[in-house]
Design a protein around this ligand. Sequence first.
Ligand SMILES: Cc1ncc(COP(=O)(O)O)c(C=O)c1O
Length: 423
Amino acid sequence: MTQLPSPVGASRTALPESSAWLRRAGQRIPGGTSTIAKTPARLIEGVSPLCAVRAAGSRFVDVDGHEWLDCEMAMGTTPWGHARGEVVQAIIRQATLGSSFSTPHHSELELADLLLARFPHFESLRFLKSGADAMNAAVRIARAATGRHRVITTEYHGAADWSVAGKYHASGAQRLGLTPRALDETVHVPVGDHSRLLDAVSGDIAAVVICPNNWSPGQVAAVRQRATSQGAVLIFDEITSGMRIGRQATAGRYGIWPDLLCISKGLTNGLPLSVVLGSRTLVEKTLGAQITSAHATEAVSVAAAIACEGLLAAAPHWPSWEDSAQRLIGTARDRLAGAGLHDTVAVTGDYASFALATRAWPDFWTDPVREALVRSFAQESIFTKGYIVLSDAHTEADIERIEHALVASIELAANQNHHQRQD
Ligand SMILES: Cc1ncc(COP(=O)(O)O)c(C=O)c1O
């Protein structure tokens, strides 16, 4: 196995306020945060910032007062850059006009029209708050429409019972706080096992849930065909990829449409809002299924989403960082090949989000290549948890800085590999 070296930079050897914050937060909030993706366990104490204070554009400042070039952009939720002016103005304007109402607010229909114009394949939609809310609504629509119970999952689709039962079934029902029945009703087929996925779509399946960006167009087309032939509802989980792959998500790039499309991250540049889109017949099932949330339609997030739709309509190309990300991916691949590491370390993902990973390493979070990359980037005051997520706010100078850090990481890896072979 090749390990990238782990230089803790002289400029970044200690972040005392981050450490103090971790001690205090860990006492009150188990895990130190309520969002697993932000958990300090995925970071490195003394190397990574553990707690942010403010952000603008492609930068954020941590509790120790250090400025970081952000290569994660709040798990991809802020594609327009932190505190983007047009969105901030829309948020302030709406907050001063009232943030929530006892009746529907006129902006709900404005946003619905904008989204249905962007996704003309669909007739209707429903707003919710989290990605899990939207995914859970989609599965309940599928169950209501088909009268079937069983669901096929392919990765993490949010914190709903059926999703957790799939991804984490090995933990067992009690530890997960689920009923054994929840485990029985979910069939989990990990990404990549396409023939098993097709076999699993039988006549008793209510819904097939896939993140289409993690499958090839040919594979997705085959799943589309199989779901239709078996009477199952095909749900695209584009909670994360929806705003990052293109204007019409992966569905539009592939030209393959699901029965229900779920999008969320990036719709509002960081505020909570999710959407389920589908045919009128399907989305209407939310009424009988009693799918609702008091905050689903609060007007501040809706205003932020309308501002983001305006930015998207004006953008000449989306995502605007696609070419920069492709360049970084190309550089990483070339350098890995040049250093003889091609068989050991892969560049995974695409322009929406990519990472370096040891081939066949079972778990991303324990991969020493990930840890070493986090350390190498931290030395240059670049924040990553191991994958690189860009935004509209990343400048050419930012991209050059990231490229430099990537190249340096790979060169160090090559040196270490060379020394290991000599030992
Ligand atoms: C592919 C995918 N689906 C669903 C979710 C759930 O979204 P949320 O955390 O907003 O509930 C996530 C969250 O990371 C995700 O990555």
